[in-house]
Design a protein around this ligand. Structure first.
Ligand SMILES: *Cc1c(COP(=O)(O)O)cnc(C)c1O
Length: 375
């Protein structure tokens, strides 16, 4: 099976993890600190605080920003459910924003004016231009689980030039992995402190020479281990080459898919000279008869995926009154979206196999499909 995403692990990654195993620290220790320093350097943020996973990072970011009962947090319909659940964790209400079909990101023009917090998801790695948001709620969090290494004219995603915090995930399908792991970047020393407290039970140590510690608010054990951080840190060294290969594969998809009745994945609004770099976590195309094509490709060893079941379609969110008819752009995209395999170790030959299989699946399933039907 050619999967839709896969980690790239090399000997240097393995050696980095083994080195930690041979040392004194297994849980959060000096390698976590190193990982945080490197993350802050790469994203050009003042602070990076790492967590056990991206979902914990979202929970921490919402809590640190004071999102809670009485708040409304808005996010995209087309995202992994964690982008919305983080609001529910705090007791906030969740509002969902329909997508712009041209970008598959939330449509900035549809962000409600009266929300307290926004979780802006850079879907598939295409960063939203945060400088151009028409509304600026009290709290702005970027969900960059797909977008480490991406850039806009405001600089690297994660520098928080136009947001309070940015979260990342280091799950194995994401651009770099720590097996499990997440991070929040911010330029605020207060938020960085609140994030660190939240990560370790809310503990404050007023006097490091004393056994006494103080707990004023609830926290969790959301720490990352040095073992995980060693892998993440070693992967970060390769971030630029991973992103370059992902973009190369995306450009090749563009060419190879050109003759097929397939709508290509969205592109960044500018190129490197304009300051744009797509993170290319996913390559989501749109095809007619998606369910049939999905099954055909899966049966032939092509591990395509659908990103995502829209948040309002999950029972939990339906029960809260979110309904498909309110999100026409997401509904029409959802029935056609198909993520094609994209990861640095995907070979050119494997990529051609993916496209050949897609072409024959389209001919079998929808012999009369035309470009206009898919578009
Ligand atoms: C993966 C992902 C998360 C959660 O990250 P985990 O590390 O798996 O908890 C959050 N938001 C989006 C958009 C994601 O894709």
């Amino acid at each position: 099976m050619i999967p839709y995403g896969h980690q790239s692990i090399s000997d240097d990654d393995i050696e980095a993890v083994v080195k930690v195993l041979r040392g004194d620290w297994l849980t959060q220790g000096p390698v976590v600190e190193e990982f945080e320093e490197r993350l802050a350097a790469i994203t050009e943020a003042r602070y990076a605080v790492v967590f056990s996973n991206g979902t914990a990072a979202l929970h921490a970011a919402c809590t640190a920003a004071g999102v809670g009962p009485g708040s409304t947090l808005a996010t995209s319909t087309l995202t992994f459910v964690a982008s919305a659940n983080c609001g529910l964790y705090t007791g906030a209400d969740v509002a969902l924003v329909d997508i712009d079909p041209a970008t598959l990101n939330l449509d900035p023009l549809q962000i409600p004016a009266d929300i307290d917090a926004l979780v802006a998801v850079h879907y598939a790695g295409l960063p939203i231009d945060m400088s151009a948001l028409p509304v600026r709620p009290r709290v702005i969090i970027e969900d960059a689980a797909h977008a480490i290494g991406a850039r806009t004219p405001s600089g690297p995603v994660g520098n928080c030039a136009h947001s309070d915090m940015t979260i990342f995930s280091f799950h194995p399908v994401k651009t770099i992995t720590a097996a499990e792991g997440g991070a929040v970047t911010t330029n605020s020393p207060e938020l960085a402190e609140a994030l660190r407290r939240f990560r370790t039970h809310g503990i404050i140590r007023p006097d490091p020479t004393s056994h006494v510690y103080v707990i004023e608010e609830i926290g969790y054990n959301y720490r990352l281990s040095d073992l995980h951080a060693a892998l993440g840190n070693s992967q970060l060294v390769k971030l630029d080459s991973f992103i370059a290969r992902r973009n190369e594969l995306a450009a090749q998809y563009r060419e190879l898919l050109e003759p097929l009745p397939v709508k290509l994945a969205p592109e960044a609004p500018g190129d490197a000279a304009d300051g744009w770099l797509h993170g290319r976590h996913l390559y989501p195309v749109r095809v007619a008869q998606r369910d049939k094509i999905f099954k055909t490709l899966r049966s032939r060893g092509i591990g395509v995926q659908v990103h995502y079941v829209p948040v309002y379609r999950h029972h939990l969110y339906r029960e809260m009154g979110h309904a498909p008819h309110a999100f026409p752009a997401t509904e029409s995209a959802y029935h056609e979206l198909l993520s094609l395999p994209l990861y640095p170790d995907l070979t050119d030959a494997q990529q051609r196999t993916v496209v050949d299989e897609l072409e024959s699946a389209i001919h079998e399933v929808a012999p009369s499909a035309s470009a206009s039907e898919a578009a």
